[in-house]
Design a protein around this ligand. Structure first.
Ligand SMILES: Nc1nc2c(ncn2[C@@H]2O[C@H](COP(=O)(O)OP(=O)(O)OP(=O)(O)O)[C@@H](O)[C@H]2O)c(=O)[nH]1
Ligand SMILES: [Mg+2]
Length: 355
């Protein structure tokens, strides 16, 4: 048994398998009879060693509802080395290849242009206002998820990812390969839950975004979804965003020039530290502006909970997927959800009780 934190010259590459350290086609969980999915795709989970307790049921849920059929890889990233206990336990639960990566320090630290005194004062001021308002690590996490997870050497090998967080649950069987679906339909971004951001955390995000757009108007897609994020044709931000703890998406979008230039512009503006810009609004603004509406997919059939919100299918066909959630738990039509706005912008028919 053992774990590798370094293979070759790449100190950020690691893999762990109790049975075979070097056989990249073997799976740690073992026991599957179907072959591995050919899709160039992986689950990705950012986690601390202390998240292990919450992660075990989450992984079990993802495997039982989906991955035992497809055996996709699963990448775990951390700003500190994973313990061998963490690696052993999660590997024993996963039916695909499992890889562990250490985040490079430059992806989880202050850029030189940030004034850390001002950043600290901003945190102190936000402490009583909003969840994680005081948290320094939360800000590094949001900046990492906004701009760097797809640059990690392990993630560079893949095109598609499904982001999984500790303590989420899947409620319905998923009987098709979601990554194959993304590839065959040309979709670039998939989500399940939408909601509104706390305004204080993104106070200047839209103004900074508008400044960026004024210098880069060509990045805006012709058939964009600006009316999802703005109720007044782009004058102000309505705080709607796709909840990024669930994302099934194409990393080429994050790696391509428009998003790279956008993230760099935001990073220099400093709002990841002087405010508390979340990766969810940052991703959502980019997706809504730089993608065509047809690139964005609502995975309505995926029953999903990230506490405290649930997306539960109500469509009778989707209810046949042995869902362990009730349609009345669905957050979609709550006043804080933006699903109605999304339906209207996409031209979807609203359920009669909502229309
Ligand atoms: N390695 C590492 N991972 C972190 C850290 N902070 C958060 N994460 C991970 O980043 C993701 C988002 O953090 P969460 O604490 O779930 O943030 P949230 O979803 O906004 O809020 P809650 O789930 O309600 O706590 C999760 O996958 C966490 O495990 C950190 O300091 N280090
Ligand atoms: Mg979370």
């Amino acid at each position: 048994m053992g774990c590798l934190w370094a293979i070759g010259s790449d100190r950020y590459y690691g893999t762990y398998s109790p049975t075979s350290l070097y056989n990249s086609t073997s799976n740690a969980g073992g026991g599957h009879t179907m072959s591995k999915s050919p899709e160039n795709a992986t689950f990705v989970t950012l986690a601390r060693n202390s998240d292990l307790g919450e992660l075990m049921n989450t992984i079990r849920s993802v495997e039982d509802r989906y991955n035992h059929r497809y055996h996709h890889d699963w990448v775990f990233l951390n700003d500190e080395p994973f313990t061998s206990n963490f690696m052993e336990v999660v590997s024993s639960l996963i039916s695909g290849n499992v890889k562990f990566g250490l985040i490079p320090e430059e992806h989880w630290s202050y850029p030189e242009w940030i004034n850390q005194t001002i950043a600290r004062e901003a945190r102190e001021e936000m402490e009583a206002q909003v969840i994680y308002g005081e948290s320094e690590s939360y800000r590094h996490m949001c900046r990492f998820e906004s701009g760097f997870f797809f640059q990690h050497p392990i993630m560079q090998q893949y095109k598609y990812y499904w982001r999984i967080e500790p303590s989420i649950q899947l409620h319905c069987d998923i009987e098709y390969d979601v990554f194959r679906f993304m590839r065959e339909t040309g979709k670039k971004y998939g989500f399940t839950i939408t909601l509104r951001e706390f305004e204080v955390t993104v106070a200047s995000l839209w103004d900074v975004t508008k400044n960026f757009l004024s210098h880069n108007p060509d990045y805006v897609a012709e058939d964009n979804l600006v009316h999802f994020i703005s109720d007044d044709a782009g004058h102000s931000y309505n705080l709607c965003h796709f909840w990024s703890n669930f994302e099934i998406a194409d990393m080429d979008f994050w790696r391509d020039e428009p998003y790279q230039a956008y993230f760099d512009y935001l990073d220099h503006a400093g709002g990841f530290f002087y405010e508390r810009w979340g990766d969810a609004p940052v991703h959502s603004l980019a997706v809504s502006l730089f993608m065509n509406a047809s690139d964005i997919h609502l995975f309505d059939d995926i029953g999903y909970t990230h506490p405290p919100f649930t997306h539960c299918p109500s469509n009778p066909r989707e209810r046949g997927l042995k869902c362990s959630c009730l349609p009345e738990q669905n957050f979609d039509w709550d006043p804080y959800s933006c699903m109605k706005v999304f339906y209207q912008q996409k031209g979807f028919q609203l359920p009669p009780e909502v229309a």
